[in-house]
Structures are given as structure tokens and as C-alpha cells.
Design a protein around this ligand. Sequence first.
Ligand code: C5P
Length: 232
Amino acid sequence: MGKDVIIACDFSSKEQVFAFLDKFEGKKPFVKIGMELFYAEGPEIVREIKRRGHKIFLDLKLHDIPNTVKKSMNVLSRLDVDMTNLHAAGTISMMEAALEGLTRPDGTRPLLIAVTQLTSTDQQRMEDDLLIKEPIDKVVMHYASNAAKAGLDGVVCSPLEAEKVHETCGKSFLTVTPGVRFADGDIGDQKRVMTPAEAKRIGSDYIVVGRPITAAEDPVAAYERCINEFVD
Ligand code: C5P
């Protein structure tokens, strides 16, 4: 899969998500389904969006003992999603078990990417709450290297970390980056943001864009603007 724009469908019901996707008519954007929608509607929402012809990034951030994650990933692989994720904090053995569970009998599997430190965790909280005393950038790169060692395909990271991740883990290791905003748009609660064009320049492989598209007056035009800046 090449560079693409993934729309974060942060809606709480299927009515809302379908009303949104209906606006795209013939177009089939790559969409991210997160915990809110998945827990509200169950796995059927994934099947329904897949049947409509969209690629799906199922963002459930698994983190448990290796055996539980392996069996859960096996269930997710049958949902035929294109990308899913877990927390790198679960250790290399958990990530290896996840890959094993995700791989279908014919050898194919969805892309598997890791969350390193959440962007809501800052240096202070990491030191005080998690007792991790190293600089956060070093921790993020260490978790990314662990994901690469386990055989995962990439990480979710801030666009500002994407270049360093590629230097550390190789060019083909995928960087999936949220925190994208248009130059003339609202930043909202995101702190460190980049435009789609900047994300392209620094080598992000996928950008995850929520409110700049979902809350736009014309979501289709906003999506096309992202594609023009990031992909074309
Ligand atoms: O609306 P917005 O563009 O800020 O949405 C970004 C999406 O990416 C949301 O679904 C958010 O949960 C997700 N995300 C993020 N930062 C991370 C990981 C995921 O914004 N570090």
C-alpha cells in the first residue's frame, strides 16, 4: 500500500458514520474505526463499512498478555481489516504473538502497527506515573525499534517523529501520523501539528485526519485537499 489519507471516523453510531460516508458518493476513502464506534456498534460495523468498499484501519490498541492478544488478533484478522494496532509497551513477545495470531492460514495479514508513548503522555507524567526516567524521544524510538524487531510494519507517531523513526527503523518501516491540520485551519486540542504537505515532505506514509475533514462544511472537498497536498 502506498501513501494515503486515513479519515478518523470518530462517531458514536452507525447512523452518523453512514451519513458521513454517504457524502463521498463514488469515492472510497481509507477510514479509521476507533474504540468508540467499535464498542457502540460491535464488529458488524467493520463488516458493513468493508462491504461498502473502504479500506479500514481498526484502531483498538490491544495490550494484554501475549496469549490473549494472539487469540484476539486472530479474531480481528477474520474481520478482513487492512490495518490494526497494539501498544508496544506490551513487550516484544506480545507483539510477536500478535503477528502470529493476525496471520491468516494463507499467509496474508492486515498491516500491524504499534503505538509507542501516547501523545497525551508527556515527560513529567511518564516519569511520575510510569517511573520511566529516560527522555521521552528516546523511549519512543526504543519502542519503535522493539516493534521493528518483533516484525511489525510500523508505528503511529507524531509527524514530528516520523523522520527519526525512519532513520532508526528503516525507510520501509511505516509511519502513521495523526495531528494533521490545514495551514488556515483550527488546531483544536492537538498540540504539535503539521499540514498534509509538510507531513508529505518529512516522509509520513499515512496521515490520519479527523476533525479537519469530519467537521468541515464540505468534508469531501476537505478530503480532496488532503489528498492533493499529501498524495498527488
Ligand atoms: O480530529 P483529529 O484530526 O485530531 O483526529 C486525530 C485522530 O487520531 C483521532 O482519532 C485520535 O484519537 C487519533 N490519535 C491522535 N494522536 C495519537 C494517536 C491517535 O490524535 N497519538
